[in-house]
Design a protein around this ligand. Structure first.
Ligand code: HEC
Length: 245
């Protein structure tokens, strides 16, 4: 069964209402329309009892983190780091048109409709059909953001001798790491890396290997600061991660 089939009607309705508004077919208030429509569905017994809504933080963000963020970082024309940045889009305008997967460049690129050479993720095998279906369902349902689960945080104080610093971490499972260097509440530096299994194509770190972050101190960096790793999209085993120095 595809995710489409398990989506609660309310979510599909939201997309339906948005489309109705966009083309202005009937001047009906969306709320009334959706109440009306869900009554019909109820009467038809069409409401699935345990349907799961596609969640940005649980279903979409991890795929973006492992397959897209490495290229589409904050410096790229299109950033895939957050839901809002996707909406903000790249050279083609918004990558996501809430309620309308057909008009969302994100879907065109995932499905290879802009040419096979531009299918995303670039240089990697296509995402599985059911994963692309989830992206479609998420956009059809309004492409809502939601609160991310808090990351696992590992922090330590680091003292540098000169301008060159190397901070490393070893994680026993696949994970998405964000390293933040902090002087009190002041953010000195931030960068993210995906840690993957050996035969995965992308990712700049490997499970069970030391992942190195070589850095050069910027002007005004103190000699001592905090190195904080935020670990996302991994199981509880990630708490066995080790940090160096
Ligand atoms: C290896 C680097 C790389 C990876 C990985 C990658 N992309 Fe891209 N992406 C590019 C490049 C380069 C372009 C510009 C290509 C072009 O349009 O000719 C691009 C363009 C795009 C565009 C069009 C943006 C615009 O408005 O110009 C979208 C949407 C997109 N990528 C989505 C994704 C998604 C979603 C993923 C992950 C599933 C992904 N990309 C993974 C390199 C990458």
């Amino acid at each position: 069964m595809t995710v489409q089939a398990t989506l609660p009607p309310r979510v599909r309705l939201a997309g339906f209402c948005l489309r109705m508004q966009a083309v202005n077919i009937v001047p009906v208030r969306p709320l009334r329309l959706s109440v009306f429509y869900s009554r019909i569905l109820l009467a038809a017994g069409a409401l699935p009892a345990f349907a799961e809504t596609v969640s940005f933080s649980r279903h979409i963000a991890p795929v973006l983190a492992f397959h897209c963020n490495g290229c589409h970082d904050e410096a790229a024309p299109l950033s895939t780091q957050t839901r809002d940045r996707l909406q903000q889009g790249g050279s083609l305008g918004p990558a996501v048109v809430p309620g309308d997967p057909e008009r969302s460049p994100l879907i065109h690129y995932l499905e290879g409709r802009r040419g096979e050479a531009r299918r995303m993720p670039l240089g990697e095998p296509a995402l599985p059909a059911e994963v692309i279906a989830r992206f479609r369902d998420w956009i059809a349902g309004g492409a809502a953001d939601d609160a991310p689960e808090p990351p696992l945080v590992l922090a330590r104080r680091v003292r540098r001798e000169g301008p060159l610093i190397e901070i490393s971490i070893r994680v026993p499972v696949t994970a998405y790491l964000t390293l933040k260097l902090l002087d009190g509440t002041r953010l000195l530096h931030q960068e993210s890396r995906a840690v993957k299994r050996r035969n995965d194509r992308m990712g700049s770190g490997l499970v069970a290997d030391w992942v190195r972050f070589p850095l050069t101190a910027g002007t005004g960096w103190p000699l001592e600061f905090e190195a904080r790793f935020e670990i996302r999209f991994s199981g509880p085993e990630a708490s066995r991660a080790e940090i160096r120095p």
